[in-house]
Structures are given as structure tokens and as C-alpha cells.
Design a protein around this ligand. Structure first.
Ligand SMILES: NC(=O)c1ccc[n+]([C@@H]2O[C@H](COP(=O)([O-])OP(=O)(O)OC[C@H]3O[C@@H](n4cnc5c(N)ncnc54)[C@H](O)[C@@H]3O)[C@@H](O)[C@H]2O)c1
Length: 404
């Protein structure tokens, strides 16, 4: 088989490229960021994920090549970012368009180009097919969205069910045979637009369900009820499964993808839009709780307040759309001082008031706000005695702990 060229070596593309190479396929991993390529060429991983070091070694043994430009071949996988335009709420397709343009410049005739990036329904027709027509290339586009969970990416890559959207059965089967080299999950073959929409629907479903839990938290606080106990009891119903409230939704997927539907279908997406607004309101809601608790405990100095956890979810080092970072901005704007932050997973400082040492962090604060339920919390919470604690995740159980 010709080389499989994976473009975009981030949290989705890198594990995919390494897994394919470790299974003996000839693979070129491409990223437009030269420092990522340099790091990988030195045999070092570019982000924390369970099992990645060993997988990189296996892929290097398997002959993977890392480069900044697409390889000359006829099978491409594209896993570049797909943000949304903050003004129009529509997809910003510039990375996907840039990646596909680069591929069309060098590809062999009749290439298969599989888009793994999450895209709004219609993106392939609207933005990508015209590029192939312009370049005079008969490209076979397909959409195989990724469903992996950060923190368990390698496990899920092998086991999750996959969707393959393509124009014809033969192309879909060719793509399936590549993915089947590592994926034991069920494959569903469909058309491209259905595959594009199905992925967006999955993340939108999650966003709406989180918003419901967050709204319940607000109602219960206002009515003096315990939201966690109420959710626990309600979930005993055989057909009820309410998620847990939290300090907001971050990451590159759930907090982004529903906007594509709001941007493209503003008249039809009322519930989806409301859910986005509710989840986006949570950092401000947490700030209000922080202020209440500070007033109740006569704390006026924000520099004695500390946020535990910066990543958007537990046990990952990904801070994209992080609720903690949004909250820090709000505190700076509304209270004029920068509270302290600590995250056991972050190796580099991303904000001025961040501590890299837990003992110093906890020594310098009186009021700790648990923003992320990292596994390391079990060890760190032993030092929370004598501190005021607001637990936004319901992970720390002690008398007198505040909740959202
Ligand atoms: N992170 C997740 O858990 C996850 C899960 C499912 C789906 N997705 C989707 O997968 C896609 C990629 O997400 P990610 O988290 O891997 O992003 P990422 O930001 O971690 O990685 C993307 C990589 O693409 C590179 N890149 C950007 N433009 C490029 C170009 N033109 N040519 C080559 N490289 C380019 C960037 O340098 C970066 O390294 C997104 O659409 C995302 O919504 C992500």
C-alpha cells in the first residue's frame, strides 16, 4: 500500500498516525508547526496522554516519517483544528481548507482525502470539493469523525465505533480497511453529510445534557436544595440519567461544535443556543459563589484565593476553552486582582499567578476552589484541612465544604 499521510499531529492526528505506523503501515505524519515536527523527530511526545511514549517508539521502529509538507501519495487523513467564528458562530474552515489545498498540490491522481476534523454539515460540499475542482484533481473526499476521549485516547481509538461517510461503497471500503488495521469497533458506512451531522449531534447532545445539570444546580441553589442528592435520586429512575453540574464546559469539542448549528441554523436551534449560553455562564456563576463565600468568611484579599485545576477536564493537560482561565479573566476584570492557580498536570506556566509547586500554592491561600477533579486531588486534599473550600465538581467530601 502507498503511504498514509496524516495531516495535523495534535491530540487526534498524532495518536492516529502513530497507531497506524505501529501496525506496520507506511505513514507520514505532517504538521505545519515545525517545532512539533522537530520534537517528534527527536523521539519526544508533544502532549501528555497515557501510553503515547511507548507508541511513539513503536511507530519510529515501524518507520514513521515526520514532516512539515504533505507526502506524495493517494491516501490522506486530515485532523487539523476546526474552531468557530466567534461573531457568526459558523465553522472557521481555514485550517481544513489550508490542509486540503496543500494536499491537492502534491497528491497522486484520484486520491482519497479523509477528513477526521469535526466539521459542520455541508463543509465538504461547500468548502472542499470546490478546491479539488479548482486544482483539477478528481479527489475522493470522505468524513471519518473522531470520537476519542482525552485521557483514554489510545484505548478508545481501538475500541470505539466509527462512522465513515463517503460518496460510494468502494471508497468507504478502502477507508474501512485502513482503519480496521487498528480499530475493533463497529463501522457504519454512510454518506458524507450524514457523517458530518452525526458527529456534531453527538457533541451537541452532551452539551445540552450538561446544560440541564448546570441549570438544575442554579435552581437548587436558589431554592435551598441539594442538587447532587436530587440528581442521585432522580437517576434511580430506570430511564433518567442526569449528568453532573460543573464550572463550565471547555475543550475543543463540546464547547465549540454546537455553535456550528447555531451559526448555520439560527432559527431552528433555540434549545442548542440556550444550552451553550447556560454552559458559558458557569464561570460567572462560580465567580458569584466565590464572592458570596468570601463575604460570608470576611475574606477581602483575592490574592489569598486559589484555583485548583486549569485544564478543561480531569487528568489531561489540555487548557483549550478552560473554564478556570475564563474565571481568572473574570476575577481580574471584576475584582482587580489575580488569584493563584495550580494544576498538577501542567508542566509549563501559562498564567502569571500560576504555581508549579503544590505546597507553596496551598501555603499561600486560605480559600481553595476545586475546578478540576484530577486524580492527584486524592493526595493533595490532605492539605485542605483548615482551608475554606468551594468544590465545583463534587469530588471532595468533608464537613463544611461549599458546593456550586
Ligand atoms: N481533541 C479531541 O479530543 C478531539 C476529539 C474528537 C474530535 N476532535 C476534532 O479533531 C480535530 C483536531 O483536533 P485536535 O484536538 O487534534 O487539534 P490540535 O490543535 O491538538 O491539533 C491540530 C494540529 O494541526 C496542525 N495544523 C493546523 N493547520 C495545519 C495545516 N494546514 N497543515 C498541517 N497541520 C496543521 C496544528 O499545528 C496542530 O498541531 C478538530 O476538528 C477537533 O474538533 C478532537
Amino acid at each position: 500500500m502507498n503511504i498514509v499521510c496524516v495531516t495535523g499531529l495534535g491530540r487526534v492526528g498524532l495518536p492516529t498516525a502513530l497507531t497506524l505506523a505501529s501496525r506496520g503501515l507506511p505513514v507520514a505524519g505532517v504538521d505545519s508547526n515545525p517545532s512539533i515536527i522537530e520534537t517528534l523527530q527527536k523521539g519526544k511526545v508533544t502532549f501528555e496522554e497515557k501510553g503515547m511514549d511507548a507508541l511513539l517508539e513503536a511507530a519510529i521502529r515501524g518507520g514513521i516519517e515526520f514532516r512539515v509538507k504533505p507526502a506524495v501519495t493517494d491516501f490522506y487523513i486530515v485532523a487539523v483544528p476546526t474552531p468557530y467564528d466567534k461573531k457568526t458562530k459558523k465553522i472557521d474552515p481555514s485550517h481544513v481548507v489550508g490542509a486540503v489545498r496543500g494536499i491537492l498540490r502534491v497528491c497522486l491522481p484520484n486520491p482519497i482525502i479523509v477528513i477526521e476534523s469535526t466539521v459542520s454539515p455541508g463543509t465538504t460540499d461547500k468548502y472542499l470539493r470546490p478546491l479539488a475542482a479548482e486544482a483539477g484533481v478528481t479527489a475522493r473526499f470522505a468524513h471519518a469523525p473522531e470520537r476519542v476521549l482525552p485521557g483514554g485516547i489510545l484505548y478508545e481509538l481501538e475500541r470505539n465505533a466509527r462512522i465513515i461517510g463517503a460518496d460510494d461503497r468502494e471508497t468507504a471500503e478502502q477507508i474501512r480497511s485502513v482503519y480496521a488495521s487498528f480499530c475493533r469497533g463497529m463501522f457504519t458506512l454512510t454518506d458524507i453529510r450524514t457523517a458530518e451531522m452525526a458527529k456534531i449531534v453527538e457533541n451537541t447532545f452532551r452539551d445540552i445534557n450538561i446544560a440541564f445539570a448546570n441549570e438544575l444546580a442554579k435552581i437548587c441553589r436558589s431554592g435551598g436544595m441539594d442538587v447532587y442528592e436530587i440528581i442521585r435520586i432522580a437517576n434511580l429512575h430506570p430511564r433518567v440519567n442526569i449528568l453532573h453540574p460543573g464550572p463550565g464546559v471547555g475543550g475543543h469539542c463540546i464547547s465549540v461544535d454546537p455553535w456550528f448549528l447555531v451559526g448555520d441554523y439560527p432559527m431552528q436551534s433555540n434549545l442548542i443556543h440556550e444550552a451553550r449560553k447556560i454552559n458559558d455562564s458557569m464561570p460567572m456563576y462560580v465567580l458569584e459563589r466565590v464572592r458570596e463565600i468570601m463575604a460570608e468568611n470576611n475574606i477581602s484579599d483575592t490574592s489569598r484565593v486559589g484555583f485548583y485545576g486549569v485544564s478543561y477536564k480531569e487528568d489531561v493537560d489540555d487548557v483549550r476553552e478552560s473554564p478556570t482561565l475564563q474565571l481568572l479573566d473574570l476575577v481580574k476584570t471584576c475584582m482587580g486582582n489575580e488569584p493563584k492557580v495550580f494544576d498538577p498536570l501542567l508542566r509549563e506556566k501559562i498564567t502569571a499567578s500560576q504555581y508549579m509547586d503544590f505546597d507553596r500554592f496551598i501555603r499561600d491561600i486560605n480559600f481553595v476552589i476545586i475546578m478540576v477533579g484530577h486524580s492527584r486531588l486524592t493526595e493533595h486534599q490532605k492539605s485542605f484541612n483548615g482551608k475554606i473550600v468551594l468544590d465545583t465538581r463534587n469530588v471532595y467530601h468533608r464537613e463544611g465544604v461549599y458546593r456550586i
